[in-house]
Write a protein that binds this ligand. Sequence first.
Ligand code: C5P
Length: 301
Amino acid sequence: MVKVFAPAKINLTLHITGQRDDGYHELDSLVTFATVGDELWLVEAGINSLTVEGPEAAGVPADMNNLAMKSAQFAGAGRQAAITLTKHLPASSGIGGGSADAAAAWRGMLALGPEGEAQAETQFAMPEILYETQARALVALGADVPMCVISRPLRARGIGEKITLVDLPQVACVLVNPRVPVATPPVFKALEKKDNPPMPEDLPTFADASALIDWLAGQRNDLQGPALSIAPVIGKVLARLAECPGAGLVRMSGSGATCFALFAEIDDAKAAAQAIRDDRPDWWVAGCILGDMFQKSLPVV
Ligand code: C5P
């Protein structure tokens, strides 16, 4: 039996730089991962199966329409597993969700079996090698699946599958979703200008969270405007986050609707998460740390 964490994926920047002939968009995105996420338990079994439970389970398919099942089948290597997925992340919310579950199912399948644990550790330690050998196949499950397999701060180009690792400081964060699911394709469709400038070729070295926050202010999420036109409530979320004392940067992740605020001080993030929970019990709110999910000792917000 193995337990695998499926961290939320946060696009700190998302620059849309072009469109391929097949309709997929080219991007340049600085991505990091959160201490909040889904959990998967895998037990070796005679046939692959999926049970979905937890606070965000409503409406999540438990059959082959779930990417975690497709991914388990793809990774299987002759093994089958009974998977229990505990959903903490809202679906269709711009923070990975299904892609993170697919990536975790893939890691979990590798970790099952006699030599599995060691093999999985090797994969975590050498994501570049993992990328070389597996990314092409994993991107067929979804453009964000390869980056979620890595779950470390990274820069993604291509349609999301050209990945380089980057050094980012840990930063405290509050994630807020207004509980309006936003489908990704219409957001890309609503984007008028597709050839926006990428991030600078060379990223700076960030001494601490404040330096990262300051630099991010000059970058963008090009999908934020299109998503706002589809789900205007995103504007309310951004405004509420911006009111919080100590919120240094406020932006939407992915194609929305989840937005994040970054804080140089962890106590400010804790206070902001509690204040928004108190005001808006109808919204999903998570205080977390963003960083390298394979580094063990992350503080808890
Ligand atoms: O790859 P995935 O299935 O997650 O993508 C969902 C949809 O999002 C695609 O069908 C496409 O409309 C859009 N998309 C895109 N460019 C990307 C990623 C996703 O146009 N780089």
